[in-house]
Design a protein around this ligand. Structure first.
Ligand code: NAD
Ligand code: TYD
Length: 351
């Protein structure tokens, strides 16, 4: 029975990963270590709460004593590190917490894992530290080309710089100690349980509440969209088959301008839910500082080495995501009541 220490499992991708793994395997144990920041929500995991193979540990990945206790009390085989501050706009306003959690927190769990897994002359068999990173470490593309694993790193935002710092420490643990690690770098995820500070859930929530749809700059920035379940599948494949020390890019040639995303969401909601949701809701607002123009992943390596490909087209994935939000209105209402409103007003009042 393999034991996974999943960090940040109460967040968007982490919660989807916990569901994916518990549905796929009945003979694994998952320990979810999460600090429950504004982005962590135990509602995301309510249907696995009583699963015998799942435990929750509330705490910070920067807390050495706590992480050591988890390693002492459990024979952990894999660390899957999702825990992070993940939103670019917040990183522009408050960079420090990004360095603390994303860089120092990652180093802390790397180090505790190393101490626990190291044996004379190497590491215990079958262990792996899996760092979930982002294509944003590569910076921004022009009109052509794609990010490859060999593309030089060139992060621009405090968020992507902190994720790069973490990646470099993970690489250093491989280069220096030969610690068994992998890094995945994926493009923009979307799907169930995504916090409505990110573009797609923010648009869905605003459409359903007849609120303006804020579009940064000219709306022509491009992101490469990945359905979250396809991402979870990729992470599992890399855990099982990734060559040690390697980076794998994960993305699916699903590039869209932000304006295309806005119109897709409006059209679906207009046709299926509410005729009053129209393009009149669109508001061009002040651009994000240092706004990366285009992200686009070349996923050839993970496809050729591990046979991964994205199964969900954008057209299918976006409908599933909107449908999930419609079916889980209470989830969104709970998240957007209270503190969220302050964030939203503060974020968009000057835009
Ligand atoms: P999220 O913000 O939804 O969730 C982050 C989770 O980490 C939350 O549950 C939060 O409580 C927890 N957390 C934050 N600080 C912590 C700390 N110090 N100790 C323990 N837990 C802490 O993020 P997400 O969108 O699910 O992203 C997960 C990972 O994937 C991140 O590492 C992110 O950089 C990466 N990633 C995300 C995307 C995307 O499109 N969402 C794309 C590429 C990479
Ligand atoms: P986001 O979901 O924050 O992801 P990231 O910045 O990590 O790619 O933003 C996706 C794109 O959408 C990005 O180009 C910024 C843009 N955007 C808007 O135009 N309006 C918004 O309200 C938000 C949150 C993002």
């Amino acid at each position: 029975m393999k034991t996974y220490l999943v960090t940040g499992g109460a967040g968007f991708i982490g919660a989807n990963f916990v569901h994916y793994m518990l549905n796929k395997y009945s003979d694994i144990k998952i320990i979810n270590l999460d600090k429950l920041t504004y982005a962590g929500n135990l509602e995301n995991l309510k249907d696995v709460k009583t699963n015998y193979n799942y435990t929750f540990a509330c705490g910070d990945i920067c807390d050495k004593e706590l992480v050591e206790k988890l390693f002492e009390g459990n024979d952990i085989d894999y660390v899957v590190n999702f825990a992070a501050e993940s939103h670019v706009d917040r990183s522009i306003k408050e960079p420090e917490i990004f360095v603390k959690t994303n860089v120092l927190g990652t180093v802390n769990i790397l180090n505790v894992a190393k101490n626990s897994w190291e044996i004379k002359g190497g590491f215990k068999e079958g262990k792996k530290f899996m760092q979930v990173s982002t294509d944003e470490v590569y910076g921004s593309l022009g009109d052509t080309g794609f990010f490859l694993e060999t593309t030089p790193i060139d992060p621009h935002s405090p968020y992507s710089a902190s994720k790069t710092g973490a990646d470099l420490m993970v690489k250093a643990y491989y280069d220096t100690y030969k610690m068994p690690v992998n890094i995945t770098r994926c493009s923009n995820n979307y799907g169930p349980y995504q916090f409505p500070e990110k573009l797609i859930p923010l648009l869905i929530n605003n459409c359903l509440n007849h609120k303006n749809l804020p579009v940064y700059g000219d709306g022509m920035n491009i992101r490469d969209w990945l359905y979250v379940e396809d991402h979870c599948k990729a992470i599992n494949m890399v855990i099982n088959g990734g060559r040690l020390g390697e980076v794998y890019n994960v993305g699916g040639h699903n590039e869209r301008t932000n304006m295309q995303i806005v119109k897709t969401v409006i059209n679906y909601i207009n046709e299926n839910v509410d005729k009053e949701v129209t393009e009149k809701l669109i508001r061009y607002v002040e651009d994000r500082l240092g706004h990366d123009k285009r992200y686009g992943i070349d996923p050839s390596k993970i496809k050729e080495e591990l046979g991964w490909y994205p199964e969900t087209t954008f057209e299918v994935g976006i409908k599933k995501t909107i449908r999930w939000n419609l079916d889980n209105k209470e989830w969104m209402d709970n998240i957007t009541s209270g503190e969220y409103q302050n964030y939203y007003d503060n974020m968009y009042q000057n835009k």
